[in-house]
Design a protein around this ligand. Structure first.
Ligand SMILES: C[S@@+](CC[C@H](N)C(=O)[O-])C[C@H]1O[C@@H](n2cnc3c(N)ncnc32)[C@H](O)[C@@H]1O
Length: 221
């Protein structure tokens, strides 16, 4: 019952405020075509990422977990033409599909798609003395979320916004006895976030067409 109304309202909001164009729709179908999981953010969450990007005037964005490039397209569309989004994907098959979708969206010039493990690529970015990022979206594998966040901090400046998806996991975070490594990963992350003196942060619960979850939002002090 709740899920039904959440789904209907999500459609209502997305149709009003986050309608998908052809490229975004085709990005979603490309996942089925390539037998990839349908675990992109929703249209409304994509729009939410755009709003945050504009709120923090982001020119440089870092994304962990590209999948088929759906969130990358929403993000890249909200940065200026001379902006850059570095997006990291571990699975070369996913990266290949993402590249095609980003190309169809005409966004290749703004997107630097790196194939590799998120942590390894972040270490490379740090070694290369890359300019800090204005917005960082963490949406890769869940067990190392705490480590990803710490590393993200070292690639940030005061005012950088860091968003971490899927930190509530249908409320399973409440289960202290969970043996699910993804749940344990986000529990560890949420505790770390609560005690981290370098950010002001909270978690927003997310409901809609996909399962009940939550996004952590942090601003670097
Ligand atoms: C939830 S999906 C990303 C969804 C995407 N952000 C979107 O909303 O369109 C997570 C992605 O992270 C990738 N991934 C998993 N482990 C990774 C790692 N260690 N480094 C980089 N990417 C990883 C997976 O292959 C998958 O494509």
């Amino acid at each position: 019952m709740d899920q039904e109304i959440f789904g209907k309202v999500d459609h209502y909001i997305s149709e009003l405020l986050a309608p998908e164009d052809k490229v975004l729709k085709e990005t979603i179908t490309s996942l089925d075509d390539a037998e990839m999981p349908q675990i992109s953010v929703t249209a409304n969450q994509g729009k939410f990422l755009q709003v945050i990007t504009l709120m923090c005037n982001a020119k440089r964005v870092l994304e962990l977990g590209t999948l088929g490039g759906y969130s990358t397209i929403w993000l890249a569309r909200s940065i200026p033409n001379d902006g850059k989004i570095v997006t990291i994907e571990f699975d070369p098959r996913h990266a290949n599909v993402a590249k095609q979708n980003i190309e169809k969206a005409g966004l290749l010039a703004k997107v630097d798609l790196r194939v590799g493990k998120a942590m390894d690529v972040m270490v490379e970015l740090k070694k290369a003395n890359e300019e800090p990022f204005d917005l960082i979206f963490i949406d890769a594998d869940k067990p190392p979320y705490a480590e990803y966040f710490e590393m993200a901090l070292s690639l940030s400046h005061s005012g950088t916004v860091i968003i971490c998806d899927n930190v509530i996991r249908e409320g399973k975070v409440l289960d202290e006895n969970s043996t699910d490594e993804r749940v344990i990963g986000v529990q560890r992350f949420n505790k770390m976030l609560a005690s981290n003196q370098n950010v002001t942060a909270t978690i927003v619960q997310t409901v809609g067409v996909k399962e009940y979850d939550g996004m952590a939002i942090a601003v670097v002090k």
